[in-house]
Design a protein around this ligand. Sequence first.
Ligand SMILES: Cc1cc2nc3c(=O)[nH]c(=O)nc-3n(C[C@H](O)[C@H](O)[C@H](O)COP(=O)(O)OP(=O)(O)OC[C@H]3O[C@@H](n4cnc5c(N)ncnc54)[C@H](O)[C@@H]3O)c2cc1C
Length: 289
Amino acid sequence: MTDIQYLAPKTLDEAVRAFAATAGKGRILAGGTDLLIQMRAGILNPGVIVDIKKIPEMTAIEETKDGGFRIGAAVSGAVLREHPKLKKVWPGVVEATNLIGSTQIQGRASAGGNLCNGSPAGDSVPAMVAAGAVVTIQGPKGKRELPVEKVPKGPGRLNLEPGEIVVAFTLPARPKGSGDAYLRMIPRTEMDIAVVGCGVSLTLDKGTVTAARVSLGAVAPTVLLVEDAAKALIGSKLDDAALAKAAAACSAACRPIDDKRGTIAYRTQVAGVLLKRTAAIAAQRAGGK
Ligand SMILES: Cc1cc2nc3c(=O)[nH]c(=O)nc-3n(C[C@H](O)[C@H](O)[C@H](O)COP(=O)(O)OP(=O)(O)OC[C@H]3O[C@@H](n4cnc5c(N)ncnc54)[C@H](O)[C@@H]3O)c2cc1C
C-alpha cells in the first residue's frame, strides 16, 4: 500500500474542494465499514481519503419546514435509531439501516456509504427508495438532487460526476395513515447479505390504499422501484387478489444473479413472498389491518 493522505474538512465546501482536487484518486470516508475493508483487501488504494464525519451537516438529522426529514449522508444507524421522532414516522428506514452488520458496524455505517458503495444488496437503499427519499449531491459544479433509485448505475457504479459527494437524504412529509417497512431474506439469522430485500411504503384512508411505493434489493444490478406492484396495491384494501398481483409484479421485475446464496428461481419467488409480508407490516403501521 502506498502512502495515504487523510483529510478531515470541517465544512462541505472544503470537502468538495479537497475531493475534487484528488482528480479521481481520492475516496470519501464515512463510516469506513466498506472502504477500509476494500483497502485492506487491496481492492482500492486511494491516495487521499476525505473524511466527511467531521462536517456538521453530514452528521445531522433535521426536520424540514414542510414536516419531512433531512438526514446527513454520514449519519450512522446507531444515531438514526436514537432520534425521538424519526423512528415513529419512518420505522422502515430506521430498521433497514439498523439491519446493517452488527452493533459495532451500526455505530459507524451510514446510509450514504451504503448507497455509494453501490452494492445491489445494500439494506438501507430499498427502504429509502420506498420512502421516496431524494439525495442532495454537491460537487465542483454545484448542488443537485436525485431520487435515491437514480443514484446506482450498476454494481459498484454510481450516477455521480467526478468530485460529487452525497450530502443528505430528504424524506418527504408523511400524510396521516402512512407506514413503511423493510424486510430482507438472508440465509443466516445475522450478519449476512440480503438474498432479497423489500421496502414498502403505504398511505391508507379507511383501509383503502391511496399511495404506495414498492422497492426490491438484491434481485437486479441496481435497486428496483416496482411501479406495477404499487399500482396493484393502490385503490385496494390489501385483499388477497391485490397482494397476489403486487407479488407477481415483484417477481416479474426480478433480474437476479444465480449464486451460492440463492438461485434465480428462489430469489424471484422470495421477492413476491417478501412483498406480501412487508406490505402487511407497513399497513399495520399505517393503522390498517
Ligand atoms: C461485518 C460487516 C457486516 C455488514 N453487513 C451489512 C449488511 O447487513 N447490510 C448491508 O447493506 N451492508 C453491510 N455491510 C456493508 C457496510 O457496512 C454498509 O454498506 C455501510 O452502510 C457502509 O457505510 P459506511 O458509512 O461505512 O461507508 P464507507 O465504507 O465509508 O463508504 C462506502 C463507499 O461509499 C463512498 N462514500 C461514502 N459516503 C459517501 C458520500 N456521502 N458521498 C460519496 N461517496 C461516499 C466511499 O468512498 C466508499 O466507496 C457490512 C459490512 C461489514 C464489515
